[in-house]
Design a protein around this ligand. Structure first.
Ligand code: GLU
Length: 319
């Protein structure tokens, strides 16, 4: 597969609207926006509401208001629409059907009846990110066995992965390699309830929207080889990837949605947009003080080299 070099830069925000925007998403959005804008690029807003029951439209609307408030305007997508409609993944099932059919035609898909609980309970080895390396349990079921099991359970669908190294150079974190057969196993592209999996949807959408650079949290670094494999298999052009450090709560605790402290719902009444962006920009090394600043004012001096590579804890009392 070719990685992006030539096309005009197109970045994206890809929030999952299962709640209000919080500092973690906001940090990635700020870096995505600055990375694209500092190269004269454009930004697309794609709403990742694959699981429509968990992602009501009101949350997506609220996220758009928060991004606008913070000065993180986008050039295309969201409720504003644009040439690559639809921008809501909940409306893209027929587009994903096509990609699914291509994988199926290559003989790469099979139904999987394993439950998550059974996989975790079995002594299957675990990935570095805590997930189970799928041991291929359902790969060799006969058509008769499949038909029998379909009577009691709607299967998920897995894609067969190759026993080869998949490597890429992350624009921020450097080289990364994974052997999908050994370190991941065949992975789910469609759930048992018919909802397409993140890995398939994000690949198809980034390609069809002409995204040239993906900026997202470092927790998704290990998803990238799976997506590169899908780009390759579907004959799609892969973007560049920049994985950014995660924000942690003071004392290196995980930022938790439950605490609510980091959500825009609580921050907006306390701080102006410029105060919020200024503090975040300082934490990310983009300015020397936490003074108020708007995203626009950070474009000229933006440089990935300033951004830490390790996760960063918010100093006590900053927010
Ligand atoms: N929708 C994902 C999230 O909100 C981001 C996926 C991506 O950037 O690839 O965490």
């Amino acid at each position: 597969m070719t990685q992006e070099k030539q096309r005009p830069v197109v970045g994206r925000f890809a929030p999952s609207p299962s709640g209000r925007l919080h500092l973690g998403n906001l940090g990635c959005s700020l870096l995505a926006w600055l990375s694209a804008k500092s190269k004269g690029g454009r930004i697309i807003l794609r709403i990742e509401d694959l699981d429509a029951t968990r992602c009501p439209r009101s949350f997506a609307d609220q996220i758009q208001q928060d991004l606008e408030y913070l000065g993180l305007y986008w050039d295309e997508g969201g409720s504003a629409g644009g040439p690559a409609e639809p921008y809501y993944q909940s409306e893209c099932a027929s587009i994903y059907d096509e990609a699914y059919a291509k994988l199926e035609a290559k003989g790469l898909l099979y139904p999987c009846f394993c439950s998550r609980a059974a996989l975790h309970a079995a002594s299957a080895p675990h990935r570095s990110d805590g997930d189970v390396i799928y041991p291929g349990t359902c790969r060799s079921l006969t058509p008769e066995e499949q038909a029998q099991r379909r009577k009691t359970k709607a299967p998920a669908t897995r894609v067969i992965v190759p026993d080869t190294q998949i490597s890429f150079v992350d624009g921020h974190l450097g080289p990364y390699t994974e052997n999908l057969a050994k370190e991941c196993g065949d992975f789910v592209v469609r759930r048992g309830d018919g909802v397409y999996a993140y890995q398939l949807a994000v690949t198809v959408d980034d390609a069809r929207m002409g995204v040239t650079e993906v900026v997202r949290g470092a927790d998704l670094l290990t998803s990238t080889p799976r997506q590169l494999y899908l780009y390759q298999t579907l004959g799609l052009q892969a973007p560049s990837f920049y994985h950014c450090p995660l924000l942690l709560a003071p004392g290196n605790r995980r930022l938790s949605k439950r605490d609510g402290d980091d959500s825009l719902e609580n921050l907006r009444p306390k701080y102006t947009a410029a105060q919020i962006i200024g503090k975040l920009a300082w934490v990310y090394g983009l300015q020397e003080t936490p003074d108020p600043v708007m995203p626009e004012d950070l474009i000229a001096s933006f440089d990935w080299a300033k951004v830490p590579k390790q996760d960063v804890a918010l100093p006590e009392g900053l927010f």
